[in-house]
Design a protein around this ligand. Structure first.
Ligand code: BGP
Length: 472
């Protein structure tokens, strides 16, 4: 492999970045918004509350203007279900509808394509009380919410994402403040995968609905895909990597694209007496839906080795750190990779391998909906943030993205996490990802003034050169 940069980024490549409502907006109960599961959860110790965040709800105009200054072609953000339907179902909140009209119009005014995530970890609290995704009616709740979104925004928004990181909801939901297992539940695997099944059907119905209402619009899933490496060439480790690849990654895309359960996952569910119950029509709904593209979040690869049936494994894990299941696989520290300050492995080449693997399985255009480096940033006295570590991370990944395009993979765009500093899922606002620094801390709300980090100016150059100029 000579690895010459053979191809350029396509002319209409969508450069941009991402945020999610509950992590960036603040104003969490303003203007008729109902509480979501994030607003009622117990916050991890020492992390910022979610009532202010980056105050994007009030400052979206300033923020989108800064994105336009960077040259964004796309802005991926999520709509808070509870701004639209405060109770999750029932009455529509006009103030919430109006708010996102303004956000979308502001993007369009700046020639930025809105890429809307319908659901990003923020189940309405009122629906949690009705059983959340464990209630089979959750399929109808989501479809109804989808209809309200499409009716209102379907003519303006061309690109939609269904459920952010459904695989992380299923695998580490409680850690990020969502996906509840009812007390006294006897078969947690069954309960979890029944909820997952409802989400899969809900997603399929939303995709089909959009295609019916707005045949020109495009929609896709947005799982977190981390290609799983075997820790060695030992055959048992290869099988373990296949198991975890299926459980972590392919279940979600096989279902979104082909409408069928991955066979290894099905066997795993059978072994746990945990196969989901299908309602009438589920199978047809799953088969009938087809995404137009695949959105995926990528932070790192995973590495696993074989785990014996009797092994006692540390269950502690987050989206990217190692986990294990006795009899199947266990996490392994990849000695060839370095780690971020927050313990996530950094693997730009794995990014390319990930894209190759996904494209060979699904043959659909893809857009990167998250990728980035969580780090401690320092604001200097003269209002600068010298985040050369973030530039290095992003550069290394964009280089691999370009090589993936040369590999013949259809890539539509790149939306790193995050456009602007926001509150992390479980590690506070001290774990920063943005191109734009927000003056606030976990301890107290600051001025909330915005500052352009070094990576802001760098990314602006990257976009202006359509990915050709990656130098400092
Ligand atoms: C993904 C989520 C995001 C985001 C990001 C960084 O899993 O989709 O919401 O927060 O990871 O993770 P964290 O905030 O845990 O650092």
């Amino acid at each position: 492999m000579l690895d010459q940069n053979l191809k350029k980024f396509p002319e209409n490549f969508l450069w941009g970045a991402s945020t999610s409502a509950y992590q960036v907006e603040g104003a969490n109960l303003a203007d008729g918004k109902g509480p979501s599961c994030q607003d009622v959860k117990e916050l991890p110790a020492g992390t910022a509350s979610l009532d202010v965040c980056a105050d994007h709800y009030h400052r979206y105009e300033e923020d989108i203007a800064l994105m336009a200054e960077m040259g964004f072609k796309v802005y991926r953000f999520s709509i808070a279900w509870t701004r639209i339907l405060p109770q999750g179902t029932g009455e529509v909140n006009q103030a919430g509808i109006d708010h996102y009209h303004k956000v979308i119009d502001c993007c369009l005014k700046h020639h930025i394509e809105p890429l809307v995530t319908m659901f990003h970890f923020d189940m309405p609290a009122a629906l949690d009380e009705r059983g959340s995704w464990s209630n089979p009616e959750s399929v109808e709740w989501f479809e109804n919410y989808a209809r309200v979104l499409f009716e209102n925004y379907g003519s303006k928004v061309k690109y939609w994402l269904t459920i952010n990181e459904q695989n992380m909801l299923t695998l580490v939901g409680p850690l990020i403040g969502t996906l509840h297992i009812p007390e006294g539940c006897e078969n947690i695997v069954k309960e979890t995968y029944q909820q997952n099944h409802h989400m899969l059907v809900a997603q399929a119905k939303a995709m089909a609905l959009l295609h019916k209402m707005f045949p020109e619009d495009k929609i896709g899933p947005a799982p977190n895909i981390s290609l799983v490496y075997p820790a060695s060439c030992k055959p048992e480790d290869i099988l373990a990597a296949q198991e975890f690849n299926a459980i972590r990654n392919w279940l979600y895309l096989d279902m979104a694209v082909y409408g069928r359960y991955n066979n290894l996952v099905w066997r795993y569910l059978e072994e746990h007496d945990a196969t989901p119950t299908f309602r009438e029509g589920d199978e047809e709904a799953l088969k009938a839906a087809h995404p137009d593209f695949i959105g995926f979040n990528y932070y790192s690869t995973s590495t696993v080795q074989h785990a014996d049936v009797n092994e006692v494994l540390n269950p502690g894990a987050d989206q990217q750190t190692a986990r294990g299941e006795a009899g199947y696989y266990k996490g392994f520290n990849n000695p060839y990779l370095t780690k971020s300050e927050f313990g996530w492995e950094i693997d730009p080449l794995g990014f390319r391998a990930n894209m190759r693997e996904m494209y060979s399985r699904y043959h659909l255009p893809m857009i990167v909906t998250e990728n980035g480096l969580g780090a401690y940033d320092t604001l200097t006295e003269d209002g600068k943030v010298h985040d050369n570590y973030r530039i290095a991370y992003l550069r290394a990944h964009i280089e691999q993205l370009k090589l993936a395009i040369s590999d013949g993979i259809e890539m539509m765009g790149y939306c790193p996490w995050s456009a602007i500093d926001l509150v992390s899922t479980h590690e506070g606002i001290r774990k920063r990802y943005g191109f734009i620094y927000v003056d606030t801390t976990d301890e107290e709300v600051g001025t909330l003034n915005r500052y352009r980090k070094d990576s802001f100016y760098w990314y602006k150059k990257v976009i202006a050169s359509n990915g050709e100029d990656l130098a400092d």
